[in-house]
Design a protein around this ligand. Structure first.
Ligand code: MN
Ligand code: MN
Length: 468
């Protein structure tokens, strides 16, 4: 050993901690930026879970996937999908191996934090038309004030008629906003703790101010708004009762930085994984193991409900695949699940230089260092975590290395500082090997989340290699 061999030894023994943008081929660079443009287009046309499912279905149809109900028997290479209530979409490419030997699953979620309307939302306060809301998912409420909001959703009438609403996305559309208090009068508000700076019942949306022209009635602004809604959509106040209307940031996804290296957009948790997983399954052909892409709803509120990942509807779809390929034993589904490998495709928190104290620098995710591989989630002593077996993580390293897909090991923030969970445990509880693999996001759950174009492309490459 000489004194000069340290550099070589370090390269051999240390984990690669380089910036992903270094030493990229021209072709890879071109692919990264092109993929990012396509992803941003998807983001701008798919802001809510229903829009994601609709757009994803169209992409699948264009690429030769068919509704599973249209096929009696499935054979290797067949491409099918199933839509659950317009809010989840599961797609599959049938493998050459028996389905009892398991699936390879990449599972992402299409719901993102947002502001939902209550079921009796409209009221008038001193000649201003307002909407009551209930926020969805974990948000810092003050971040959602004084930004342009667009309104997306569906009103369903008792006769079954569905009215889709989308206001605020087109250039000449109006937008809405939740107005915060001006600093001049906020002395008292500023004494509140940050978490109470803007409270749940203060998230009321300003939606109108022209009164209905009549001397005989009260609440003329509310009346005028209802008149406009009735003319345009045929709805009455009671119809909000059977509606799902979401307010989301009205701004568009954009490249960020002088060097265009990043993407800022609403809802990248977890649309970034929905899109990369979807793109990955489009390119899977004649796999040995049946490949599945899951886009599920209700992750942000605990995986429950008929469109959440705890719901057995996913199992019903898996069972349909088994039956249509001739696996009809009572134990077929359990056997398949216990042989299944899954990636819970969800984002992780990227290091933020403005708040370095919240991160443990050795184990946090960084922008530009590739996919995040999160062996366990949970809070305080890994509570509530689904921890992936080391054996499975090792298998993944092999797959990603061979595909040239860059990854980083990480966990969410400092120990005991907080934490979070993903659908990983809902899959693990079904008997699957599962680990969280996603994309680092800065400013997660804010109206404007940041990812790196390099990382987004690595996730697509990694998911593709895993599914194939
Ligand atoms: Mn997520
Ligand atoms: Mn989330």
């Amino acid at each position: 050993m000489s004194k000069n061999d340290g550099k070589e030894l370090k390269e051999k023994l240390f984990a690669d901690n380089s910036n992903g943008w270094e030493n990229l081929s021209d072709e890879e660079l071109k692919n990264i930026f092109q993929f990012a443009d396509e992803y941003m287009y998807y983001l701008n046309t798919s802001k809510t879970e229903k829009e994601i499912v609709q757009n994803s279905k169209e992409i699948l149809l264009k690429n030769g996937f068919v509704d599973v109900s249209e096929i009696e028997t499935l054979k290797p290479g067949d491409k099918v999908f199933y839509v659950n209530r317009g809010r989840c979409i599961y797609s599959a490419v049938i493998g050459t191996d028996s389905l009892e030997n398991g699936f390879n699953i990449v599972a992402a979620h299409c719901d993102s934090p947002r502001i939902d309307l209550k079921q009796k939302p409209l009221y008038e306060d001193n000649n201003l038309g307002m909407l009551k809301t209930h926020y969805y998912g974990g948000i810092k409420k003050y971040q959602w004030t004084n930004i342009p909001l667009s309104m997306h959703g569906t009103v369903v009438k008792p006769n079954g008629e569905k009215i889709n609403i989308c206001i605020g996305e087109k250039d000449d559309d109006p937008v809405f906003t939740i107005s915060d208090l001006l600093p001049h009068l906020a002395q008292e508000q500023m004494e509140r703790k940050l978490k109470d700076g803007v409270q749940g019942e203060e998230l009321n949306v300003l939606v109108g101010s022209i009164p209905y022209d009549s001397d005989e009635v009260s609440e003329k602004v509310k009346l005028n708004i209802l008149k406009l809604l009735n003319e345009k959509y045929g709805i009455k106040e009671i119809d909000f009762m059977s509606s799902e209307i979401e307010l989301v940031p009205a701004f568009k996804a954009k490249s960020m930085g002088f060097d265009y290296s990043m993407i800022s957009a609403y809802g990248q948790d977890d649309k970034v994984c929905c899109y990369t997983a979807l793109r990955a399954i489009l390119e899977v052909n004649q796999p040995k193991t049946t490949a599945l892409c899951v886009i599920t709803d209700k992750e942000e509120v605990g995986f429950n409900g008929v469109t959440g990942m705890y719901a057995r509807i996913f199992d019903t779809f898996a069972l349909e695949l088994l039956e249509k390929t001739g696996c009809t034993k009572a134990s077929s589904l359990d056997k398949a699940f216990s042989n299944t490998k899954a990636l819970s495709a969800d984002v992780d928190a990227a290091y933020n230089p403005n708040f370095a104290f919240a991160f443990e620098k050795n184990n946090t995710a960084y922008l530009n260092k590739g996919m995040t591989v999160v062996k366990y989630t949970g809070t305080r002593g890994k509570s509530g975590a689904s921890e992936a077996p080391a054996e499975f993580v090792a298998e993944l390293r092999k797959i990603f290395d061979e595909a040239g897909a860059r990854y980083q090991a990480c966990e969410l923030g400092r120990v005991d500082k907080g934490g979070g969970g993903t659908i990983a445990l809902t899959l693990a509880n079904r008997g699957m090997d599962v680990v969280d693999v996603g994309v680092p996001v800065m400013g997660m759950h804010s109206p404007y989340e940041i990812t790196s174009k390099f990382d987004v492309y690595q996730a697509y490459k990694g998911y593709k290699a895993f599914l194939q």
